[in-house]
Design a binder for this molecule. Structure first.
Ligand code: ATP
Ligand code: MG
Length: 586
């Protein structure tokens, strides 16, 4: 926990200063003196790992705190025991750091269970909360509808004394799960259904991952969330649009409990060693990030894991942050996406290709180049002596000399990509063909003179010659041929497993449930393909998570979990071009 430092504000590739309505509100509040320090929070529920949608909420809350030299807390919203797990807490912390942010203070909603309880007693004493004996089903029935007002519960007019007594006994564990509920007494005919006497506490005898069996009652989200914000002195509580209708309730609880003026409610937190600086927070809503070809719901992502559609939460097919990370996506690429998408109240679906382009843009600048052959075909250069070997100097980056150079071994036999040869070339094919010429990248021009096949007619080997006049540094090196292909030396190449990933769903809106199909019907069966490939030696001797452009093939990362220098495993992050784009005229 870093208590002194403002949230980190990492540089994104295009460091434009974002201008959006939330930043304008923050700017105005600082200018008017309403606040001196902006304090935000990111409040995930630890019931799963974070996904690409959360990246927007993280970049916004941590980003604003960083830009305005304020603070952002990470708060685990753990009021739903049973669905939550410490494994997810660690995962969330890890993912936030990986994205490039650090929190001012790490909190749990469960840190405030005593505050919530005392505040509820206060609401009862003030005559604005009551214990109800209606069952959940009856409560639904009494609530009314969008067009019909609700009805008062027969228990609504219990005396303060009775309510205090019953609520204390709820807390003492005297009643069965679901048999009683503490409700706010607001307005059963309110147009906004959230204000029709919402629940504050329910009875649930479930062990909590932080507080164990200390509490048989748990606070509801709408009650716990706003009071947590108030406790921490959050100035701007940023959340997604689905909470807009909850804002009146958020404000109602904050005003009725009035933490800043009632230190007796929260002194226990200070006594427990946590800083408290209660204030009145303001909730501001923004639109969710939705991406085509993606699912952004923890529940559904959990289903993909539990039903074995993927190998885990960090499977590179998943659009969880750990899946994207393992796939090779970069924090800067994701931050760039969020910056490009911007902040508004307009719900929309962002094309997955925009995410891929942001990642390509970052990797183009930051990834060194290497050569690899994914689908090998042997080419023997017959005019080189048997055992011929040399070491060629290659630049690691075509546009950035600071990447330096490396040595690439070259020999008489090389692997080339099978698809770079065509026996019957289609029109406009500029790579290798019988009697045709092509440039071997960094070597010179080779001519294909013989095509060797097996009994079934499959091409097994090519034989050709290297034009010695076209070697690097010689006057003939400039001789033009139309195509250049990559290669690796067959004797020097390192065998590697390469995992080729593609979009997880075959349709842009897997969630739409059109044609009566379930989102699971759209899982892309070809989203993962494994091939055995050959690498130049300098690509194999690397640490996990090192990223490269394999020339002409795409961006790849050494797998975080399975890669070893002696047994390399690479994941394709993204191809060099958008292969899903509609061909022109289609
Ligand atoms: P899920 O439906 O996947 O469980 P959630 O909203 O319940 O998501 P939380 O852990 O409660 O997940 O979310 C933490 C924060 O992240 C909330 O403030 C929420 O508004 C925000 N958030 C969640 N999904 C998105 C999204 N797709 N785009 C932007 N912000 C999001
Ligand atoms: Mg939630």
């Amino acid at each position: 926990m870093s208590t002194e430092n403002p949230a980190a504000a990492p540089a994104t590739p295009t460091a434009a200063v974002p201008q959006d309505f939330i930043r304008q509100i923050v700017r105005d509040d600082l200018a008017s003196g309403k606040h001196h320090v902006v304090h935000t929070r990111f409040p995930p529920e630890p019931n799963g790992y974070l996904h690409i949608g959360h990246a927007k909420a993280i970049c916004l809350s941590f980003g604003i705190a960083g830009e305005f030299k304020g603070w952002c807390n990470l708060r685990l919203d753990d009021t739903n025991p049973g669905k939550e797990d410490p494994e997810f807490v660690e995962g969330i912390k890890d993912d936030v750091r990986w994205l490039g942010f650090d929190w001012h203070s790490l909190r749990h909603a469960s840190d405030y269970f005593e505050v919530f309880y005392r505040s509820a007693l206060k609401l009862i004493e003030d005559g604005v909360a009551y214990v109800d004996d209606l069952t959940a089903e009856e409560m639904r029935e009494y609530r009314g509808t969008l067009t019909a007002p609700g009805r008062h519960s027969p228990y609504r007019e219990r005396s303060v004394e009775d309510n205090l007594d019953l609520f204390r006994r709820m807390r003492a564990g005297e009643f069965a799960d679901g048999s009683k509920t503490l409700r706010a007494k607001i307005d059963m005919s309110a147009g906004n259904i959230n204000l029709r006497d919402p629940a504050i506490y329910r009875i649930r005898k479930v062990t909590h991952q932080n507080t164990g069996d200390a509490w048989p009652i748990y606070p509801m989200y709408d009650y716990a969330h706003c009071l947590s914000d108030a406790m921490e002195g959050i100035t701007h509580s940023l959340c997604t649009l689905e909470f807009e209708d909850h804002r009146p309730l958020y404000d109602w609880f904050v005003d009725k409990v009035d933490l800043p003026n009632h230190p007796e409610l929260w002194q226990s937190v200070v006594a427990a060693g946590l800083e408290a600086k209660p204030a009145k927070p303001r909730q501001i809503e923004f639109s969710r990030l939705n991406l085509s070809y993606c699912i952004t719901s923890k529940r559904k992502l959990a289903q993909l894991v539990s039903e074995g559609h993927v190998d885990g939460w960090d499977d590179p097919r998943m659009n969880t942050l750990r899946g994207l990370r393992r796939r090779g996506f970069t924090p800067a690429g994701l931050r760039l996406l969020i910056e490009r998408v911007g902040v508004s109240k307009q719900n929309s679906v962002i094309d997955y290709a925009i995410l891929e382009n942001c990642v390509r843009e970052d990797l183009d600048a930051t990834a060194a180049r290497r050569m690899a052959v994914l689908d090998p075909l042997k080419l023997v250069l017959t005019n080189l002596p048997e055992g011929h070997e040399e070491s060629l100097t290659f630049a690691n980056h075509p546009k950035d000399e600071s990447f330096g150079t490396r040595q690439v071994p070259f020999a008489r036999e090389v692997w080339i990509e099978r698809e770079d040869f065509a026996e019957l070339p289609p029109k406009g094919f500029h790579r290798l063909k019988p009697d045709g010429e092509v440039r071997l990248r960094g070597v010179g021009i080779v001519k294909c003179e013989q095509v060797i096949k097996d009994d079934d007619g499959n091409v097994t080997e090519l034989r050709g010659t290297l034009d010695p006049e076209t070697r690097h540094g010689l006057p003939g090196a400039d001789r033009k041929v139309k195509g250049t292909i990559h290669w690796v030396s067959a004797v020097h190449a390192v065998a590697t497993e390469v995992r080729l990933y593609d979009r997880q769903f075959t349709v842009a809106a897997p969630d739409s449930e059109e044609d009566g199909k379930s989102w699971l019907d759209h899982v892309n069966p070809d989203a993962k393909r494994v091939v055995q490939a050959w690498l130049e030696p300098a690509a194999a001797r690397v640490e996990p998570e090192q990223r490269f452009q394999f020339e002409r093939l795409g961006y790849f990362v050494a797998d975080r979990v399975d890669h070893r220098a002696a047994a390399p495993v690479f994941n394709r992050t993204v191809t060099l071009r958008d292969v899903w784009a509609k061909p022109a005229g289609a």
